[in-house]
Design a protein around this ligand. Sequence first.
Ligand code: HEC
Ligand SMILES: [Cu+2]
Length: 343
Amino acid sequence: MLSFLMPEAASTQASETDAIYLALVGFSLVIVLLVAGLIIVFSIRYRRSVRAERGPLPVIVSRELEIGWTVMTLFIAVFIFWWAASARLSALPPPPGALEIHVVARQWMWKTQHSNGAREINELHVPIDRPVRLVMTSQDAIHSFFVPAFRIKQDVLPGRYTETWFQADKLGSFHLLCAEYCGTEHSRMIGRIVVLRPEDYGRWLSVQPQSDDFAREGEALFVATGCAGCHALSSKVHAPKLTNLYGHVVQLSDGRSVTANDAYIRDSILQPNRDIVAGYEPIMQSFAGILSDGEIQSLTAYIRSLSVTPGENAAAPGQRSPAMVPGGAIERPNSAAPQGGQP
Ligand code: HEC
Ligand SMILES: [Cu+2]
């Protein structure tokens, strides 16, 4: 219905979004027609030249009618709120086992990277019928990742990760736009999402010039940037071991406790003196300006690969499973969280 007015719908989220949107338009249309219709009827019926009854208004038409229509419109408004909010909330967490793709936005292009390290610019190839989770950050201004055909739009912020996910259910090529004014060439910050059959995606991925996968790239950086000097299991420096850190609770020296996620690890690298781990001295210096966003994402992927966390068990092909990591089975001594990660 009315599909000729809408952008093509090519994801599992699209149909419900459209249903909510059309219901809102339909409901508004009924009210607009009612009000506009009555204006026209009354202006003809009570126009000046007509001898119509113009006595004082009746005090109240009917109490039941007043209460009835007030309650009914309230009910409709609450229903629409509940429908839209619950659809939005249930669409927030990506399904476990989703394919992870990293996106870095900058003036004025989209850089994407697949879990095996293959990179693209202003393009993203994905398999059909498989949830794809995007972990995004920006190198400069605020951008917004907008794919009309998938009905997804998510702001991409500097200094922070944002996430969204989709599951394409149509083959083809779809527009990718930046939906947040980000400078002179904002309107040219466009790309496309190419949805392929799974076997074609596999073939496409295998012929891309590959760098290492995220975790292995991160492991190399971990040594090259000197993190290992303090954090390696064999290090003599009094620094926390990062095994089984990701997804677990960290006690901080000021008494707070936080769950180690992407943002926490990013902050630990860029602003190490903000959250000091209980029992350690603030001797780590900031790596702001030394490591790029892409490098921090890779380091994060490496640190994540050192723990068993819920949802990560169904690792995408090419990702290391935690059991393969040396030392992956070592318990994290200062962690209050239950180990193992199974909910
Ligand atoms: C000079 C030694 C040193 C170096 C080099 C160093 N760190 Fe640290 N790091 C520490 C210490 C000590 C702490 C605990 C105190 C704190 O939170 O600042 C820490 C904390 C952390 C934490 C939080 C750990 C937790 O258990 O919550 C992370 C993550 C981290 N570092 C990552 C890195 C990464 C990645 C690098 C390399 C880019 C790095 N560190 C380089 C000494 C170091
Ligand atoms: Cu932009």
